[in-house]
Design a protein around this ligand. Structure first.
Ligand code: PLP
Length: 388
């Protein structure tokens, strides 16, 4: 087996996701060296004479990032050599890098009004710098109505935590006609569930903290981008603010990527099973999972996604009911975040900020055996319903 990804891109595009995932970003095999080299811990690199070569100083470049960036790029845009990926210390570092490096005073940026809970903080910062911000909901492609004259459109689909979906191709077409750049937050879907660059977006941006790495043990973010100039602006931003991932986190992330297809397949199937079980319950309202054919987002989601993610959202009658449900669960940890191999859930209203009912639950299906997970959820629902 040879196996240098760069020499294999033509066939890499035809491989399945599982094959691509286990080989993503691996360097050319070297006799007596490990297939995935260990993390390179270096603040600086030997640099005699002229400043040449890829590795000079640890805030600019690091060989462990290089391999991870290649790996993520291969998953975001299989077979395309023109994609540049830049890894960051966290998802928010990546989100801010795109928004703050692209928008200038006087520009207009369009954000979703139902997106990730830190977006309103970014909005405040953009406005403090003289950037105009407009918002509209994700559902119904409502951002189309506020695009005029915008420099950048920010899409989050499926949205977190409401799980609304918008038509990326349609929004991209309208935005590009108007000279507006498009960034898609791909955190929830992961590159296995959705490939924004193939749908026409200029940037695919995500938190690697969630389903991408899946073990809940590191923070990471990335930006993948086709245009070299746009990529250079994002890379420059990382260097200026120093929002760099540690080599250990980058290496752990790369190691975790090998199992992304296995994890995603199990977690998506589990999410669907949980959603189907919830659909039969009279105390559950507002059930959302884009993979359910009855979901309002399903048709749009099915046109642009190859998997519907691990997150299910629903509402129990009130706060006390939701709290009884949460404490009755045994296999599902009460925690924020999502996409990990251990199921988690939370009563989202405890944070404030998101416009959700008091009984709203965001549920993230892990990689447990489906029978065990579904029976745990049903048992907890029964217990919560009986008032215990
Ligand atoms: C978690 C999350 C982020 C931020 O990622 P961090 O790694 O926590 O900084 C951004 N967007 C979405 C949709 C998220 O769920």
């Amino acid at each position: 087996m040879t196996g240098h990804p760069a020499g294999e891109t033509a066939s890499a595009a035809s491989y399945g996701d599982g094959t691509r995932a286990v080989r993503a970003g691996l360097p050319e095999p070297v006799k007596n060296e490990p297939p995935l080299p260990g993390p390179v811990f270096a603040a600086h690199f030997h640099l005699p004479g002229e400043v040449t070569g890829p590795y000079t100083y640890g805030r600019d470049t690091n060989p462990t990032w290089t391999l991870l960036e290649r790996a993520i790029g291969e998953l975001e845009a299989p077979g395309r050599e023109d994609v540049d990926t830049i890894v960051f210390a966290s998802g928010m570092a990546a989100v801010s890098a795109v928004l703050l490096s692209q928008a200038r005073a006087g520009d207009t940026v369009v954000l979703p009004d139902d997106g990730y809970q830190a977006l309103p903080l970014v909005r405040e910062q953009l406005e403090a710098y003289g950037v105009h911000v407009r918002t509209a909901p994700t559902g119904g492609d409502a951002q189309l109505t506020v695009l005029e004259g915008a420099r950048l459109l920010w899409i989050e689909t499926p949205s977190n935590p409401g799980l609304d979906v918008c038509d990326v191709r349609r929004l991209v077409a309208a935005a590009h006609t108007a000279g507006t750049l498009v960034a898609v937050d791909n955190t929830l879907a992961t590159p296995l569930g959705q490939r924004p660059l193939e749908l026409g977006a200029d940037f695919s941006v995500a938190s690697g903290t969630k389903g991408l790495t899946g073990h809940g043990d590191l923070l990471l973010g990335y930006v993948a981008c086709r245009d070299p100039e746009l990529a250079a602006g994002v890379r420059r931003w990382r260097k200026i603010v120093g929002a760099v991932p540690g080599p250990m986190e980058a290496w752990l992330a790369h190691r975790s990527l090998a199992t992304i297809q296995l994890r995603a397949e199990r977690q998506w199937a589990n999410a669907r099973s949980v959603a189907e079980a919830l659909a039969g319950r009279t105390e559950v309202t507002g059930l959302r999972y884009p993979g359910l054919t009855s979901d309002p987002s399903h048709q749009t989601a099915a046109r642009q996604m190859s998997g519907f993610g691990s997150v299910v959202s629903f509402t129990l009658p009130d706060r006390a009911h939701a709290e009884r449900f949460m404490s009755a669960l045994r296999l599902v940890e009460d925690a924020t975040s999502f996409g990990g191999v251990r199921s988690t859930a939370e009563r989202r209203g405890r944070w404030g900020g998101d416009a959700v009912p008091e009984g709203f639950i965001r549920f993230s299906a892990g990689a447990e055996d489906p029978r065990d997970l579904v029976s745990d959820v049903i048992r907890a629902l029964n217990q919560a319903d009986s008032g215990a």
